[in-house]
Design a protein. Structure first.
Length: 210
């Protein structure tokens, strides 16, 4: 059965990747996106965050191209500041793939998108998740950060894809890699890619000594 289609506004951002099962704070200052927030709050409180393709105009003028896969989330808290700006907090629900941009009389953009859902892993992800947990411990130690900082992201009882998404959102800094992980629907491949990236990051932080 095909995944359901949704019609949602999009929030295009440079080098930002919004993963399911994560929280993203946004400071909304441009006029078109303030209206987006107002309209979303009056509807179902949902919007999609899409990463801008390279070469976008810094002014966001017109409709610069965005990546086809982004993150759909719900506004779970909203604060309107005295200057008219908004601070919002999004909770990620799922990946979406843009199917069609819709004509609209608003300054912000509205799309028809398809929800993307993780399948079950084909193999045993336990050993790969053990690599992720070990690398996170090493990473926190190398950065002199609290050892329990990633406990929520790494907690037992979560699906393997959820752990991979939460760790990628919390730790991996490289925007292109994060986008590739967002677009990787094969859970086994995504978990393995996160494990490889973490081990490479730990080696880099340790100066290649290990």
């Amino acid at each position: 059965m095909a995944a359901p289609l949704v019609i949602v506004p999009i929030f295009p951002l440079p080098d930002v990747t919004f993963f399911p099962h994560t929280l993203m704070p946004l400071h909304v200052f441009e006029a078109r996106y303030r209206v987006l927030v107002i309209d979303a709050l009056e509807r179902d409180r949902r919007l999609a965050v899409m990463r801008l393709q390279p070469g976008y105009e810094a002014t966001y003028a017109g409709k610069p191209p965005v990546h086809a896969v982004g993150g759909l989330g719900e506004i779970v808290s909203c604060e309107r500041l005295a200057a008219g700006r908004y601070n919002i907090l999004l909770r990620g629900e799922c990946r979406v793939r843009l199917e069609q941009e819709l004509p609209t009389d608003t300054l912000y953009r509205v799309v028809r998108a398809r929800r993307l859902v993780d399948g079950e892993p084909a193999g045993d992800t336990g050993p790969t998740l053990a690599r992720i947990r070990a690398s996170c411990r090493e990473l926190l130690g190398a950065l002199s950060r609290p050892a329990d900082l990633l406990d929520t992201a790494l907690a037992e009882g979560q699906a393997a894809g959820v752990i991979a998404d939460r760790v990628a959102a919390a730790v991996l800094p490289e925007a292109d890699l994060r986008q590739r992980l967002l677009e990787t629907l094969d859970v086994d491949a995504r978990v393995a890619s996160v494990a490889d990236a973490l081990e490479a990051l730990v080696r880099e932080l340790k100066g290649g000594r290990e």
